[in-house]
Design a protein around this ligand. Sequence first.
Ligand code: GFB
Length: 318
Amino acid sequence: MNPTARIFVAGGETLAGAALLDLLHAAGYRNVVGAPPNEPDLTVAGQVEDFFGEARPEYVFLVAGHSGGIRLNRERPAELMLNNLLVAAHVIQHAYNHGVAKLLYLASSCAYPSHAPQPLRVESLLTGPLEATSAAYAMAKLAGWQLCEAYRRQYGACFITAFPTNPFGPHDDFSPEGAHVIPGLMRRAHAAKLRGQPELTVWGTGTPRREFVYSRDLADACLFVMRHYDGPEPINLGGSAELSIAAVALAVAEVVGYRGRLRFDAGQPDGMPFKGLDSSRLRELGWRPSTDFRTGLAETYAWFLHHVVRERLMTNAE
Ligand code: GFB
């Protein structure tokens, strides 16, 4: 992928997309097309077709599609599934129709069967039932993967799929209804600290385990895979930390400076008991995450204070 290559990051406003645009810029790629605010509405076929006809990208990172934490998945499965199906279908179809050389599709670790052997190996995909809380979204991600496979088999397209572990970082969704565990807890711990609340509620029992990847590392892994991997099998993109939700809550409270007690609300769903990826394929290729978990949390909190809290204060001041 030479520095003048025309590159499209579909989903430039997402957590992974924003990190990828920053990385491509820092890596000297000067021909990135369709970056926000010029990204077409990927759910509208005509807009996607026109965009590919005009911009003619050579490489596509397909990281688009609405996503959210366990609450959003339970409350809005139809919206999440439809959005992800439309986005994947339109981008993959028009990427092929307009001669894209290589496309990387970013799926999600919730697409693994909920009780597959750990750590999760790509061979386990489609071998068992999905986690109920995110089955609709997961099915859309599995469909996107299979569509890439189908274009590879029927047309020889170099469309590859990567399954990332739970990402976090700047540009994440910190909203109460959409946030994943780290931004969700970070927002509530910050509010609890300001209010001097004696305890912070953590959803679920705190026992599930998750593997996390910092968004900058995820972007780096995506660029690495685009450059160095074009195998027919999907590839896992693991992170630097795997820990219990109770340990995540303690680490977030420490970074935020919240000193109260943690209360676990077992009335809230735990989701998959364990979600850790086998990333030996990526390691063998020579990639490793470079950001430790605590540094990632601290940078995410700094971004939250600057981009969410400060902006909210300025809006309220107006
Ligand atoms: O991050 P999260 O929403 O996603 O939840 P999943 C992880 C764990 O953290 C669950 C607990 O056991 C939650 O109950 N948790 C504790 C919290 N406090 C909170 C909180 O304040 N907010 C949230 N959100 N969780 C998602 C899938 O599953 O993983 C998505 O639903 C996607 O589709 C994403 O795949 C990567 O890891 O459980």
